[in-house]
Design a protein around this ligand. Sequence first.
Ligand SMILES: C[S@@+](CC[C@H](N)C(=O)[O-])C[C@H]1O[C@@H](n2cnc3c(N)ncnc32)[C@H](O)[C@@H]1O
Length: 232
Amino acid sequence: MSETHSPTGSCSALRLDERLRDTRLFFSQALRTFKATGSVVPSSPALAHAMAEHVRERPVPGQPLRILEVGAGTGAITRGLADAMIPGDTADLVESNPEFAAHLEELLTTDPDLARIEANSTVHAKMVDEMGTDRTYDVITSGLPFANFAAEDVEGILDYYFSVLEPGGYLSFYGYLYTKEVKAVIARREDYLRQARTSWVVQDWIDRYGVRSDKVYANVPPAFVHHLRKPV
Ligand SMILES: C[S@@+](CC[C@H](N)C(=O)[O-])C[C@H]1O[C@@H](n2cnc3c(N)ncnc32)[C@H](O)[C@@H]1O
């Protein structure tokens, strides 16, 4: 019996293979550096779509945006951004894990979903606090696992985002549902208290600048996405 492959079939098989590679790399890095990675699998397309809201729904249709993505990992959210980007948009993709950054560089040339933004995208293999303040952005998306960080670090990162965000610009970030409840049961007391302090900081920023929060159940684990806007 012979096998036939339609062009679409081999293309989607290739994509599935690439996603499996992303997931394997992500999982192996999560085992090594869970505090920084914050999850065991990359974000879902549904979460990527929600995170790209302010690239898709740009304030002035057709007007290019400067985008900063922090904690790009294996490019799961980048794919959502790429899908919403138009010619002229630029993206700075920041990722501190050198293995993820190298993988993302490669995907920008080999993955059809990402290759379309390759010319206007730059991967920065560094920590977000090494990015400097010489560039400003219209939209920032952050995939950093705030729940694993100290409250002062999260405050510093949110301050940084707002210092490089244009007035009227949007910051979108996500967190996982039920993190606090799970930590209350399984975490050591100091870790639970650290995370409680971190979530107060995050909530304070949401209270001051939040414009919308959405739940995304189609993700492992389910997540909420917060959209904040810097006052004009
Ligand atoms: C929860 S993962 C998100 C990855 C990807 N955006 C996704 O949604 O699948 C967080 C990512 O942030 C990166 N990261 C953690 N701390 C960072 C920092 N201070 N600066 C830049 N990237 C960081 C980690 O290496 C990891 O790839």
